[in-house]
Design a protein around this ligand. Structure first.
Ligand code: HEM
Length: 111
């Protein structure tokens, strides 16, 4: 149940993030707010899973957590920097690396 919730929350977060890239003004604010709520829910379900599967997978779960947090931090930085019209090139590269790692570890090493 917690794993389904975790997957559901990060799927929703990725969808909200992509839609936010096309929004401005109030709509962007609302989507960004819901996205931040998703971050919290992803972290809560992720931590719950972490404590339950740590003995099974050991260090891979910790690396998975760090990459998952990396995805969240880079998505947040991208939206904030876009609002300020600051450069985002390097952060996009980091987001893609963290996403690739999270899926490789999540589906290749765990679960
Ligand atoms: C947007 C960020 C994140 C994404 C895209 C993501 C993605 C994934 C994926 C693909 C899986 C494997 C699902 C499966 O086996 O069906 C997974 C599992 C897991 N995630 Fe995340 N995750 C994210 C954030 C986090 C965070 C922040 C934490 C820790 C605080 C975390 C902890 C875990 C744990 C412990 C598992 C293993 C569950 C198991 O195999 O039983 N994740 N996640």
């Amino acid at each position: 149940m917690w794993l389904q919730a975790h997957v559901g929350f990060w799927t929703l977060a990725l969808v909200l993030f992509v839609i936010s890239l096309f929004l401005r003004g109030t709509a962007l604010k609302v989507f960004h707010m819901i996205l931040r709520l998703m971050y919290v829910l992803i972290i809560i379900t992720g931590l719950y899973l972490l404590f339950h599967v740590f003995s099974l997978y050991g260090i891979w779960v910790i690396i998975k957590m760090i990459c998952g947090l990396g995805v969240i931090v880079t998505m947040e930085m991208l939206l904030v920097r876009r609002k300020k019209q600051a450069s985002t090139g390097v952060i996009w590269v980091l987001l893609i690396i963290f996403l690739a790692l999270v899926f490789y570890i999540g589906y290749g090493k765990l679960g």
